[in-house]
Design a protein around this ligand. Sequence first.
Ligand code: HEC
Length: 283
Amino acid sequence: MSPIACHASRFKRAFLTLLLLLVGAPLFASPEEDREAFLAFFSGRFPGVPLEQYVHGSMMLSEDALSQYESIMDFPPFQGDIDRGRMLWEKPFANGRTFADCFDDGGRNVAGLYPYYDEANDRVVTFEMALNACLKENGEAKLDYGDRSTMGVLTAYARTLSDGMAMNIKVDSEGARKKYEAGRAFYFRRIGQHNLACASCHYTHAGHYFRDELLSPTIGQAVHFPVFRGGEFLFTLHMRYQRCMEALRAVPFAAGSEELNNLEYFHSYLNNGLPLKASVYRR
Ligand code: HEC
């Protein structure tokens, strides 16, 4: 290696280290050390807020927002979408089978196991991919993850079958670790014209205001999707990722892309142990 190249790579390494330290990320931590570091940071930022409240995102910091949330959830204005999802879930395929036949226990308490790492294909498999695999196995056409009126409402119902289950993501092989690291690197990478990382807002500045919105912490964010914003507009987790990338003036990756799947894998791991509750109201 020429001295200049060596210098350049040393400079690059020092620069990357500095960058990670600036956003507060521990280098080379195991997934469990990451989760503990995030938890410790947030419990310092939000003293006295019990962990189970984190599922409410930034609403956990406002009694008014929480009581508004609870009254909306008593009679969700988006119940019609969940019911449409239920019809899709229950409608028999041409061969007479249904989605429930593709999952353990008819699809109850399974969503918290996704995403998982599929060794054979060296990729992260999301719940949406499992739904599509089910369609394919049964000779049906796949659904588009970005389509609210099909995959969106289907997951709005199917994920409620796992309400109450604890998120339980495993990173237990070298291949899995690589995908987790890819998702983690994404989370801490500064992108877009605003030069901000996911971590800048949802870690470093969690609990602070961005414009007129209170920023939610990373932990608690991955257990309740899809959400209905304004009680009306269905947003899957990947649509929410895309919306945040657009706000950063970065070109968003496609819903269901490898980049967003890896990000979801890392993000969901950090939410391990929290109870799932799909299809909730968000502002
Ligand atoms: C400039 C600040 C900013 C950055 C950077 C940012 N977001 Fe957000 N994000 C927001 C705001 C504002 C909201 C809505 C308020 C809230 O729930 O935090 C939000 C909401 C979310 C939510 C929904 C939380 C919930 O409970 O419904 C998720 C998930 C999320 N962001 C993930 C990401 C990811 C992943 C990235 C990186 C690609 C990212 N955000 C980057 C500002 C940001």
